[in-house]
Structure formats: C-alpha cells, structure tokens
Design a protein around this ligand. Structure first.
Ligand code: TPP
Ligand code: MG
Length: 261
C-alpha cells in the first residue's frame, strides 16, 4: 500500500512542474500551447498507483502531463518535449499533447484515443496478459460519438478497459451546462458497464475507488466506468488567456456594415 505522504509528494511534484511550465510559457520558452492539470492531480495519482508501467497501458488526452508524470516519472523527458528539445520523450516533435513512451500514449484529438484504448484491451484479452487498458477522458469528450462505440464494444466483448471520466465541469472553457446533457454515470450504466461516481479530490478516496475498479477488471475481465468530479483550479492554458484578450478586443470592435461587405 502506497503511503499517503507519497501520494502528496507526487501530487505536489505534478503541481510544481506545471506551475513551472506556465512560467516558462510566459517567458516564451514553450513550443505550442500547454493545458495544465492543476487541481486534478489527486485523480492521476490515485488511479495510476494501481497500474504497472510494464504491464498496463494508459491513454490520455490534451491534458496529459499529470497522467504522464504519475505513470512514468519522466519529468525531464516531458519538459524537453514541451520545450521542443531533442531529448524530449518524442524528440520534441509531439509537444504537450502528443506523448508516447512505453505503455503511455496521449493524443489531443478529443475522443480519438478511446477506441485505441478499447482495441488494446481486446489485444490484451486475446493474449491473456491480465493487463488493464486505462483511458482518461473529459466531460467535454462525451460529445464525441466514437466514445459510445467504444463503450458498446467494450461491454459487448467484455474487454479489460477502465474508462476514467474526469468531470471538471468544463469542456476546456465551455461550462458543462452548455455542452453536456443528462448524467455522465448513466452513460456507462446504459451499456451495462460497472460504474462508480466520485465527488472528491481526496487522493486516498480516489485511490480506494480506483483500486476497487482495477481489481474488478483484473478479476472479471469486464470494463469499468469511473467518473470523477473535480475542479480545475488554474488558468488552464496560457494561450487561452491570450485568446480571451483577443476575443474581448474583437467584441469591442465596431460591427461590419453592409457597405463594407
Ligand atoms: C475532435 C476535437 N474537437 C475539438 C477539439 C478542441 N478542444 C480541445 S479541448 C476541448 C474541450 C475538452 O473538454 P474536456 O474533454 O472536458 O477536457 P478538459 O479540457 O475540460 O479537461 C476541445 C473542444 C479537439 N481537441 N478535438
Ligand atoms: Mg472537462
């Protein structure tokens, strides 16, 4: 059993790593954009503690630094990657969102990696490895149809995949009430998938719930749908702050006239 102090150290490291990224962004030292996971660290740390990097596979999304660090502990590789440097985990070509190392994969195209995670679960089942394929997705990704195709197949074929929905109540910057209808947990249940819903950022509670989910997948080979309610605490990407200023300025500009058109 991992000691709570270890959890907090890991969470604190992820937090400070990303605060450093934001500082570097301000200094113009990052290439492209960067989405931070600030406020959600407990989820990555609590869930990933149950997964073995040499056995299990993790799939993440545009907000992947916390998952990456919790799974690989490769801070130097990630920092170089986001700075566009050669020693980066993908040679500095993937940037913040497109990482690939060992059994870790991330992709910035929302939803695109959910069927990949499901396919890997199928491969693991066929090879009888006992491995769990875990995919992290956000509430805003539940508008992507391919997510439901994946839930359907995972349930129908009883695949060892853990779907972790990180519900931070925004699709990046759009409030959930403008992007999401109905219940998130009911989406998993509708496909006959075992579901649990958490409303906490307490890493120990998340760890307990994730442990139950992973054990169940390993024992039964069936998928599981874990919904975690959390708050994202920081400006999520510096480019968005810049974008907000641009939008404000455009909003204040005079409307086009028929003559001008
Ligand atoms: C297919 C696709 N459409 C649109 C986008 C642009 N986009 C990036 S993040 C995002 C919202 C993501 O919301 P959510 O899944 O809740 O993750 P969060 O940013 O809240 O962590 C959108 C629409 C994208 N990356 N991919
Ligand atoms: Mg979200």
């Amino acid at each position: 059993m991992t000691a709570p102090s270890t959890f907090y150290e890991r969470m604190f490291f992820i937090r400070r790593f990303e605060e450093t990224l934001l500082d570097l962004f301000s200094l113009g030292k990052l290439v492209g954009t960067t989405h931070t996971y600030i406020g959600q660290e407990a989820n990555a740390v609590g869930v990933i503690d149950h997964l073995a990097p040499d056995v299990d596979t993790i799939f993440s999304n545009h907000r992947c630094h916390g998952h990456y660090l919790a799974f690989t502990d490769d801070a130097f590789g990630l920092l170089c990657e986001v700075m566009g440097k050669a020693p980066g985990v993908c040679g500095g070509k993937g940037g913040s969102q497109h990482l690939c190392k060992g059994n870790f994969y991330s992709n910035g195209v929302l939803g695109s990696i959910v069927p990949v995670a499901t396919g890997i679960a199928l491969a693991e089942k066929q090879k009888r490895t006992g491995a769990v394929s875990t995919v992290f997705l956000g509430d805003g990704t539940l508008g992507e149809g391919v997510t439901y195709e994946s839930l359907n197949i995972a349930s129908l074929w009883q695949l060892p995949v853990l779907f972790v929905v990180e519900n931070n109540h925004y699709a990046q910057s759009t409030p959930a009430e403008l992007e999401l209808a109905g219940s998130i947990a009911a989406r998993g249940a509708a496909f006959g998938i075992g579901t649990d819903e958490l409303d906490t950022t307490d890493v120990e509670l998340i760890h307990d719930a994730a442990g139950h989910a992973v054990r169940r997948i390993r024992e039964t080979g069936s998928p599981f749908f874990l919904v975690s309610d959390e708050d994202r605490a920081a400006i999520e990407a510096r480019c968005e702050a810049r974008l907000a200023e641009t939008v404000e300025a455009a909003d204040a500009a005079p409307a086009a006239t028929a003559e001008a058109a």
